[in-house]
Design a protein around this ligand. Structure first.
Ligand SMILES: [Zn+2]
Ligand SMILES: [Zn+2]
Ligand SMILES: [Zn+2]
Length: 150
């Protein structure tokens, strides 16, 4: 965790930004909740526990800055809420998501699996692909197990 904070710090420095205590508290919350997909309000409530003096606007600006610097990605699963998701270090692509339509759980797929699809699209549409987002909507294994038992 400390080394990741150090690396994020130097990423900010290279763009002439400082990792202020408020920014650091925000980054720590994102790292501690890496498996979750937190909204700005979720992040704010968790940061407030560590730094009670912090305001929502500061957290929001920090999240926007981290998005700009590609430390996090902003995603929307169709419920109108922007969520902030840490990018995997060194990943060429943003990871994929499995969204359960029954319980709302969001699972991740780290493997890209789309190399061939990208080639077809690049060729067929003469489009130079830089990244893609992929979200599957369906029923997670936990809900499937629960449904089987009922
Ligand atoms: Zn994710
Ligand atoms: Zn589910
Ligand atoms: Zn991908």
């Amino acid at each position: 965790m400390e080394t990741r904070i150090e690396r994020i710090k130097s990423q900010l420095h290279s763009q002439k930004y400082k990792l202020t205590p408020q920014r650091e508290a925000t980054v720590r919350v994102l790292l501690e909740n890496e498996k979750d997909h937190l909204s700005a309000e979720d992040v704010y409530l968790l940061v407030k526990d560590k730094a009670p003096e912090i305001g929502l606007a500061t957290v929001y600006r920090t999240l926007e800055l981290l998005t700009e610097l590609k430390v996090v990605d902003k995603i929307n699963f169709g419920d109108g809420v922007s969520r902030y998701d840490l990018r995997q270090e060194g990943a060429a692509h943003f990871h994929h998501h499995l969204v359960c339509i029954e319980c709302g759980a969001v699972d991740e797929i780290q493997e890209d699996l789309l190399g061939d699809v990208e080639k077809v699209v690049e060729k067929g549409w003469n489009f130079l692909i830089k990244d893609h987002r992929l979200t599957f909507h369906g029923i997670c294994y936990r809900c499937q197990e629960k449904n089987d038992k009922e």
